[in-house]
Write a protein that binds this ligand. Sequence first.
Ligand SMILES: Nc1ncnc2c1ncn2[C@@H]1O[C@H](COP(=O)(O)OP(=O)(O)O)[C@@H](O)[C@H]1O
Ligand SMILES: [Mg+2]
Length: 362
Amino acid sequence: MATNSLLRLDGVSKVFDTGTVGLDNVTLDIAHGEFISLLGPSGCGKTTSLRVMAGFEAPTGGRVLLDGKDITALRPYDRPLNTVFQDYALFPHMNVAENVGFGLSLRKLPAGDAKKKIAEALDLVGLADKINARVSMLSGGQRQRVALARALVCSPRVLLLDEPLSALDANLREQMQIELKRLQSRLGTTFVMVTHDQAEALSISDRIVVLNRGRIEQIASPSELYDAPATRFVADFIGSMNVLDAEIVEATTTGVRVAAGSMILEVPAECVRATPGRGGPVLVCVRPEELTAHPDATDNTVAAQILSTVFYGPTLRLFVETNAGQKLMIDMGRRRSTETFDAGATVHVRPVRGSGRLLDKD
Ligand SMILES: Nc1ncnc2c1ncn2[C@@H]1O[C@H](COP(=O)(O)OP(=O)(O)O)[C@@H](O)[C@H]1O
Ligand SMILES: [Mg+2]
């Protein structure tokens, strides 16, 4: 067991009565005070993981440990964990204080203590002035905060959040991401958040667990996940990526030199996830922002034709095809860009130094 592990899934599997495999031998250590996200496409097992942690779902294999103690058989309310559900699950006939106090009422606190805790929890989420409001009168963002306050009022060791921001519109969602992260840092409470939104996971998490078909693909910090995906699935799932067939040219002192068609890249050692000694086919993965397009040919440029362009605001994305038939996406920063890129024009494509990451093809 990792020394700093607070909550551990130890070889957890979940096969539903229908025969569907929700989780397949998942082992995961969650550290004290970290903000960890479970990320993956719909149906990959995110909610199931969270429900197993919370005790709403019994695993069909493996164990759940808290501080090294086996809690697999503990009922949800006997676990020092709390959940914010995807739809908030607020009680519409209760006011804000009653909703927040509901979690406490199960713990039988003296009335005075409960009142104080409710006020503190609402203060934490910036809703002190709404303590007597009816839930039905609140906006989506305010309901989200009530759900958060209700989950935090019992001071859980771990807060479990299932797609907590998915019901909010884009601007509010971004604002709440920042607030959620601030709240987590301030409290020092361990947060486990489920999301299918990679931008959300990247911006908010200390670590991200990428799930696919009930298995862990990779556990890493946001920047490591982005810069050095461990599998083809992660490379495709996180951000935009050009995935190109490549051949290893030689090992260098700092990494590996590869050829993708006539394009040569020097992949830094920390981004090499292929086993170069194996001699098998490899893939080089290059982000669109790691390629640049120029009007003139120079060293290590590859000629390509612009197929189409898409305006993104901060960047302009070029879809090009090289003379060898490679299709590439290129993101050009627009801050100082005075060039124009028209469909049909020829450009010369060059990889940025030290870019690319290397995977085994199979
Ligand atoms: N109660 C259940 N009965 C049968 N299958 C289920 C049940 N809950 C989830 N599943 C299945 O398990 C898989 C994982 O589901 P889930 O954890 O909800 O995915 P996610 O939250 O990542 O979208 C899916 O294939 C889903 O259909
Ligand atoms: Mg889900």
